[in-house]
Design a protein around this ligand. Structure first.
Ligand SMILES: [Zn+2]
Length: 302
């Protein structure tokens, strides 16, 4: 428990009918198991960082409480871009309109009706600190975490995303425009945000039940600076009491693990055996592990 485990080079094949292990214990301690992959966030293409981490619910509630909104009888749903009522009818709250063309891929054009602001004029008349709901969705996470500083339920999750290097994304940025790595990090941060509430409810710090996160090669396509931020998120999840299993070739990540299972020695049918296991320091000293010299270098530069 409380561990970050890196599994190296999983490549072995096993017969489908045969159980690959003799026994397994400790599963009763696992509350849930999540595979955190790089697929798009949310159920639809209308999902965005603000809706995925649920910050937008709090922003809508805040707007509904403003005197201008109460006078007009606007509730929180009025400030949704997913339902009719407050959104721009022309672009259906997208701020842009999809152009379908016969011989070319479809493309998006700016919505003239709302000027890209996603809502109808009456909704846009409600302002919080001089900004309407459309302008809020156009803010970056960095800007919004400062703008909503007086509203902890909104600013804390945003700050957490900014801390992990996602501050440049817009609150309302559509899910399909996010890279796989960005989507994966938003998912990891949303787990941290959920965890905060759960941790606050705990009366003691004995984490009896925890989540198990399975993450395959999260560093693919990331710059070194972003790898460091990713490692930071993984450490935070472990600090919350969860267990993180990472399948990874990036030695900077492996060097941060509490326990490594080095699987090899080759790829495909020539692999699948545990070559070395233990703390990074132990595996780095292994004579049989091909990963050892690389791990050793990574540990020295850590
Ligand atoms: Zn529009």
């Amino acid at each position: 428990m409380h561990q970050c485990i890196a599994v190296g080079a999983i490549s072995g094949r096993r017969p489908a009918s045969k159980q690959p292990y003799k026994k397994s214990t400790g599963f009763d301690k696992i509350k849930a198991c999540y595979e955190v992959d790089q697929s798009p966030i949310g159920k639809t293409s209308r999902s965005c960082p603000a809706t995925y981490v649920k910050v937008f619910d709090h922003i809508r509630a805040l707007f509904a409480q403003l005197p201008e909104a109460r006078m007009r009888g606007f509730d929180a749903s009025r400030f949704s871009f997913n339902t009719e009522g407050g959104r721009c009818p022309d672009c259906k709250g997208n701020g842009r309109i999809r152009l379908e063309m016969d011989f070319l891929p479809s493309t998006w054009v700016h919505c003239e009706e709302c000027n890209g602001q996603r809502y109808n004029p009456a909704t846009l008349e409600v302002n919080f600190r001089g900004k309407n709901i459309g302008q809020v969705l156009a803010m970056t996470i960095d800007e919004a975490s400062a703008f909503f500083e007086s509203q902890p339920r909104i600013s804390h999750p945003l700050k957490l995303m900014a801390d992990t290097g996602l501050g440049y994304l817009q609150l309302g940025q559509a899910s399909p425009t996010l890279s796989g790595g960005e989507a994966q990090r938003i998912k990891l941060v949303s787990e941290l945000i959920k965890g905060r509430g759960a941790k606050a409810q705990m009366t003691n710090r004995q984490f009896q039940i925890f989540n198990l996160y399975l993450i395959e090669e999260p560093t693919v396509g990331l710059h070194l600076e972003d790898v460091k931020r990713l490692i930071d998120i993984l450490h935070r999840l472990v600090d919350e009491g969860h267990t993180v299993v990472v399948i990874e070739h990036h030695m900077a990540v492996a060097a941060e693990a509490d326990w490594i299972l080095d699987i090899g020695p080759e790829a495909g049918e020539d692999g699948g055996k545990i070559v070395a296991q233990g703390t990074p320091e132990t595996v780095a000293k292994s004579k049989t592990s091909r990963t050892a010299p690389f791990l050793k270098t990574s540990l020295q530069t850590k």
